[in-house]
Write a protein that binds this ligand. Structure first.
Ligand SMILES: [Cu+2]
Length: 268
């Protein structure tokens, strides 16, 4: 049952709905490694927020990719006559029903107009990102990664010795969390982290304490706290260090985090 996946703790989850009913769905990927590829069927939906941060404008929901730790808030109208679905597509192309929404009766005779944006959260204005200080994050290791070795608990170890310690991955040549952070930011400083995934796997990089925006050729992406970085990709995220503390920055595939992919950022 390699393709089993539950919803609210249930296989074959069923949620009865009414025709023309408006639902607010919050999808959270709480799997520890699986990347979900989801789509609505006979439901018309809008993405309202990502990782708890409202979008400036709702976006029509197409294919939804959810890496471990990522969240998406949807507003969904039931357009089906008999049954609507949330469908999951596996990497091999197979389609599975993640949730079935049988239609029982009608909520209203006509549909409501498209939703307007949610009000923004505090601290969503991210001015100063253009002048952000660059920080490098090189991700290495894992099977087929070709990593020769890394520093672990202050010692330079070869790959075989790392594996004996349960370590498979490294950030900037170091496996696991250390006393020194990835970077120290002063309060209010803008920082951008260039995430260079030189492994043969995708990783869901998750920042605690603050949200970031991806640096794109067209500007800045939506505010979120978890970014899926595919194998071989280089992606950049920028944020204003506006929350004092020591914040984890780690892969949200928790087996990866436990075996080397864990770091932290000091804001003070
Ligand atoms: Cu990972």
């Amino acid at each position: 049952m390699a393709t089993s996946a539950t919803c609210n703790g249930q296989y074959d989850a069923v949620m009865p709905v009414k025709r023309n009913e408006r639902l607010r769905l919050r999808l959270m990927n709480v799997a520890n490694a699986r990347i979900f590829t989801l789509a609505l069927q006979d439901l018309e939906g809008w993405v309202m927020a990502l990782d708890g941060m409202p979008l400036a404008q709702p976006e029509v929901a197409g294919t939804l990719t959810l890496a471990p730790g990522q969240r998406v808030d949807l507003i969904v109208d039931v357009t089906a006559e008999e049954e609507a679905l949330l469908v999951r597509t596996e990497p091999n192309g197979e389609g599975w029903v993640q949730v079935a929404f049988p239609v029982r009766g009608q909520a209203t005779a006509t549909r409501r107009p498209a939703p307007i944006a949610l009000p923004p959260n505090p601290n969503m204005a991210t001015s100063g990102l253009n002048d952000a200080r660059p920080v490098e994050l090189l991700m290495e290791g894992g099977a087929m990664g070709g990593m020769a070795g890394a520093t672990y608990q202050g010692q330079a170890l070869g790959m075989r010795e790392l594996v004996q310690q349960g370590q498979f991955w490294a950030f900037n040549g170091t496996s696991g969390r250390t006393d020194s952070p990835l970077t120290r930011a002063s309060l209010g400083e803008a920082v951008k982290v260039r995430i260079n995934n030189q492994t043969a796997f995708a990783h869901a990089m998750h920042l605690h304490g603050m949200h970031f925006r991806e640096v794109l050729a067209t500007g800045y992406g939506p505010m979120r706290d978890t970014l899926l970085v595919e194998r071989g990709e280089i992606r950049e995220v920028a944020f204003v260090a506006d929350n004092p503390g020591k914040w984890l920055f780690h892969c949200h595939m928790l087996g990866h985090a436990a075996s080397g992919m864990s770091s932290w950022i000091d804001v003070g």
